[in-house]
Design a protein around this ligand. Structure first.
Ligand code: SF4
Ligand code: SF4
Length: 202
């Protein structure tokens, strides 16, 4: 199942090399162009999204998150295509995003706790790639390992992860989906956020 080509594996960083990279990463800021786009998306969410097709809203949110990750996180991260250890850990998905994934993929929404946390039901086990890459939730598209791939493979190794809560722009989108999901949860008697296997099975 594990598909990363060993030649492409970046050696784990430690000591000064890791510190140097993290210093560069923390002083990195998003471009002015992206700042402008971010404010346009926030304006859309606050003032125009109601009543519009979900695709229009999620294209804006996910598109902006991807650009922030490309500009500020991935150049410093260890992640690579075919690496899927992070698809075997709990993956929190908001109710509104679960509904959107269901709408786009047709995958049945189950809404039941699962005992066994195996690979995410959307991971293609032959290619080790995400089968819903375009609509994968915020938790997945904003997750990265900053120091080693081995740390993702072996949960006993302590290592440094990046997630949406560490970036103000990404956190704004988390807050928006949380807010919307709380309203859905109340109306539908569902949790506002749950593991992806709760929504879609294991
Ligand atoms: S977070 Fe870890 S397991 Fe996931 S793609 Fe990045 S390095 Fe691989
Ligand atoms: S949705 Fe895709 S990226 Fe996220 S855990 Fe599942 S397979 Fe991995």
């Amino acid at each position: 199942m594990y598909k990363v080509d060993p030649k492409h594996i970046i050696p784990a960083l430690t000591g000064d090399a890791l510190q140097e990279k993290l210093d560069e990463f923390s002083s990195n800021t998003v471009s002015d162009k992206l700042q402008v786009k971010f404010h346009k998306v926030i304006d859309y969410l606050n003032n125009k999204a109601a009543g519009k097709p979900p695709k229009a809203t999620f294209n804006r949110i996910y598109g902006l998150i991807d650009k922030v990750m490309e500009e500020t996180v991935y150049p410093y991260a260890m992640c690579q295509s075919g690496c899927a250890h992070c698809c075997k850990i709990p993956v929190s998905v908001s109710a509104i995003e679960a509904g959107y994934i269901h709408q786009v993929t047709g995958k049945k929404l189950i809404g039941k706790p699962v005992d066994d946390i195996g690979y995410c039901p959307f991971l293609d086990l032959d290619t080790a790639k995400c089968s819903i890459y375009e609509v994968r939730p915020i938790e997945c598209r904003s997750f990265a390992s900053m120091d080693s791939l081995e740390g993702c493979e072996d949960p006993t190794i302590k290592h440094m992860m990046f997630n949406a809560r560490q970036n103000g722009m990404l956190l704004s989108f988390k807050k928006w989906t949380d807010f919307q999901s709380k309203a859905i949860a109340k109306k539908e008697n569902l949790p506002a956020e749950e593991d992806i296997r709760f929504w879609f099975g294991s």
